[in-house]
Ligand binder design. Structure first.
Ligand SMILES: NC(=O)c1ccc[n+]([C@@H]2O[C@H](COP(=O)([O-])OP(=O)(O)OC[C@H]3O[C@@H](n4cnc5c(N)ncnc54)[C@H](OP(=O)(O)O)[C@@H]3O)[C@@H](O)[C@H]2O)c1
Length: 330
């Protein structure tokens, strides 16, 4: 089969479509014809050589897929040839075919096209894990979501709203209108406003109960200022760098704060299956009734993978950048 490959870490110009070995279908897996995949920041980092492939994972880029079952392993239950599905995968999404454990599959409802479905698994599962498992989100909580226009951010806004919480986001000003449409209660332009002051102002001095952070070191002190008593901060990335100069622990003690770091890529297969099972039960039905929407910014054909990577690096997107691979829409 064909897949997108690269020989040495470097820029997007060296990504090319080439022949690779067919995936091996384990008894508990199904073989998918991939119709679409979607980009994640991790793809760019891996291409640059900054994201080592975890043991046992595919070296091929791509962490999520949507497509059609074309073969079913002898122990794979609940799926048959012809089913349209999407899944979080541990690499291997930038390819024509992939073998996926049946416990990771989500069956597509009628209204979800392949290009929309490919935009769901990585960002919605990450946001779900961060909000519900790590931060134990409660109804009426105020949630500060940094990088609100990112794929994960746009998923988190919708999940917070669905849970009856109040999402506040930071994002570039020209992206705010779209984020209000998705359900943000307040959008903060982090370039012109002090986000901690804006959060305290909006919450009448109380602060945020939950913060999803993607920026890291440069935001930690202001995150602590923006926290309410007993707040939970979930650290998902360090887009602005990881170091925190001249740091005091005092706010952690005074406000009884919790800080959790998490990365999806390093999680065990068992963790991902349990997360997918919980998501399938509590969240997935909301894509069928339309109360949750995959947010697709742009769709590229996989022959334009270099352009798609350049576009993500430019930070211009609101939501997901999807890539089609021999698509046949359901
Ligand atoms: N820990 C995990 O399990 C996990 C899982 C998935 C993704 N992630 C991470 O989550 C982040 C978002 O991923 P994604 O794929 O959704 O990204 P994305 O769609 O490419 O969005 C990233 C957005 O973040 C904002 N941004 C970039 N650099 C920034 C900075 N230094 N300060 C403030 N804002 C900045 C930009 O929006 P503005 O124009 O608004 O600045 C940019 O569009 C990435 O860092 C990714 O690695 C973590």
């Amino acid at each position: 089969m064909k897949a997108i490959v690269f020989d040495q870490p470097g820029d997007e110009s060296q990504l090319r479509i080439d022949e690779v070995a067919e995936p091996v279908v384990a008894p508990a897996s199904v073989l998918l014809h991939i119709a679409a995949t979607a980009l994640n920041r991790a793809d760019l980092l891996q291409r640059e050589g900054h994201y080592p492939v975890p043991p046992g994972a595919s070296p091929i880029l791509g962490l999520e897929v949507a497509g059609t079952v074309i073969e079913v392993g002898s122990e794979a239950q609940g799926f048959e040839v012809g089913d349209n599905v999407c899944a979080l995968v541990n690499g291997g999404g930038y390819a024509q075919r992939i073998a996926v454990d049946h416990r990771m599959l989500l069956k597509l409802p009628e209204r979800l096209s392949f290009t929309k479905a490919a935009a769901v698994p990585e960002v919605f599962l990450t946001a779900f894990q961060a909000l519900h498992w790590a931060a134990r989100l409660e109804r009426d909580d105020t949630v500060l979501i940094h990088a609100g226009a990112s794929g994960v951010g746009t998923a988190a806004i919708q999940l917070a709203k669905l849970a009856g919480a109040l999402p506040i986001v930071t994002a570039s000003a020209h992206k705010h209108e779209r984020l209000y449409d998705l359900g943000a209660a307040r959008c903060i332009d982090y370039r012109s406003e002090n986000f901690a002051e804006a959060v305290l102002d909006f919450t009448e001095g109380k602060g945020a109960d939950v913060i999803l952070d993607f920026v890291g070191g440069p935001y930690l002190k202001k995150n602590l200022e923006a926290c309410a008593q007993d707040a939970r901060i979930v650290s998902l990335a360090a887009l602005g760098g990881a170091r925190v100069p001249d740091f005091s622990m005092a706010p952690f003690l005074r406000k009884r704060l919790q800080l959790t770091g998490t990365t999806m890529r390093s999680r065990t297969e068992d963790f991902r299956r349990r997360l997918t099972a919980d998501f399938r039960e509590r969240i997935w039905p909301h894509f069928a009734d339309g109360s949750l929407q995959p947010v697709v910014d742009t769709i590229y054909d996989w022959e334009q993978v270099d352009e798609a990577h350049r576009y993500m690096a430019s930070n211009a997107n609101v939501g997901k950048i999807v890539m089609t691979i021999g698509i046949i829409e359901p």
